[in-house]
Design a protein around this ligand. Structure first.
Ligand code: CUA
Length: 347
């Protein structure tokens, strides 16, 4: 066998074969927080099943076409002084065959695709499930529960086994709402509300991510979806509806005064039950109860809060808080620490 044929054979059969074997034997299911192969809930699983139907259809086509191709290379090589083979025109059986075969392939792919589209866009009546209004901002997520009277940010709680009806709005540019393991993605468009339903069937924490480039900090526009048992969800709703916890310790009291005064935090943030009524940034009434800060990019602890408050622009370039804290408000490290203590106490 000549070396270039050997290379062609490797490229055509062996490499894809290794890839397919790796797919089949589990290499495709890495344990990653945004792996769509570890789907949960009806929408996520539907999308995953659809992927496999299309993947295997494409694999069969690939193997058949490459097989014929490689066979032809070896069966009919060009020989020295070879006359031109007889030229024929038209081959009825072949022509009918290669017209019907793609139609069958298209049907195999189209039927489940269209059926999945119907199921995903068959959005349940709002009252049949839980309604959540999502508002995307550069670069964070706001979640409103109109029937529960809850407003939160960057962490959406959903009761297990319940269809959740998301209405998607954008305040600025086009974003895309995506919880890889549960489903999506759907564009979040200014001046137009899209709707999607998702459901989590296993309690747990799921990563969410903006999936449409929306500016400087697009990659940092994340969130968490927490699928709770019904009891935990009810508890969470009750806690979210309660007024913000009052500052208890000395540092927290100092922090509260800074929050309401010199820090100018009230210009952008709301803390229910206080004078803080800003709506530019996330509602912070219960920010201490969230697992992450800065739209899902850092665990919510004192050290990270201090880092965030000291240099928001270094952590999330271009965000609106950076232009305020970094340029016009000068807080000492002690003041930043006190502010973090106060914010952390808002459970
Ligand atoms: Cu919002 Cu990308």
């Amino acid at each position: 066998m000549r070396p270039h044929w050997l290379l062609a054979l490797i490229a055509a059969i062996v490499l894809p074969g290794i890839f397919v074997a790796w797919m089949i034997w589990g290499g495709y299911e890495p344990n990653l927080p945004q792996s769509t192969f570890q789907a949960d809930g009806p929408v996520g699983k539907l999308q995953k099943d659809l992927f496999w139907i299309i993947f295997w259809s494409a694999t069969v086509i690939f193997v058949v076409i490459e097989g014929i191709f490689v066979y032809a290379i070896f069966r009919f090589p060009r020989r020295p002084n070879q006359p031109i083979p007889p030229q024929t025109h038209g081959h009825q059986t072949l022509e009918i065959g290669w017209t019907i075969a793609p139609a069958i392939v298209l049907a195999v792919v189209a039927v489940p695709t269209v059926s999945a589209l119907w199921q995903i866009y068959n959005v349940p009546e709002e009252k049949a499930g839980l309604a959540i209004e999502v508002r995307a901002h550069q670069w964070w997520w706001e979640f409103k529960y109109p029937n529960q009277g809850v407003v939160t940010a960057n962490e959406v709680h959903m009761p297990v086994g319940t269809r959740v009806h998301f209405t998607l709005h954008s305040d600025d540019v086009i974003h895309s709402f995506w919880i890889p393991k549960l489903g999506g993605k759907l564009d979040v468009i200014p001046n137009h509300s899209n709707v999607i339903w998702l459901q989590g069937d296993e309690p747990g924490e799921y990563y969410g991510q903006c999936a449409e480039f929306c500016g400087e900090a697009h990659a940092f526009m994340r969130f968490r979806a927490v699928v709770d048992t019904q009891a935990d969800f009810d508890k969470w709703v009750a806690a979210q509806k309660a007024p913000a916890s009052a500052a208890a310790t000395g540092a927290a009291t100092t922090g509260e005064a800074l929050f309401m005064g010199k820090g100018a935090c009230t210009a952008c943030h709301t803390v229910a039950g206080t004078n803080a009524k800003g709506v530019i940034g996330p509602n912070l009434t219960h920010v201490g109860s969230r697992t992450t800060i800065a739209a899902g990019i850092m665990p919510n602890d004192h050290e990270n809060l201090v880092k965030w408050l000291s240099d928001p622009g270094g952590i999330k370039p271009g965000n609106k808080m950076a232009t305020v804290i970094g340029k016009s408000i000068k807080l000492t490290p002690d003041e930043v620490g006190a502010l973090a203590t106060y914010v952390q106490g808002l459970k």
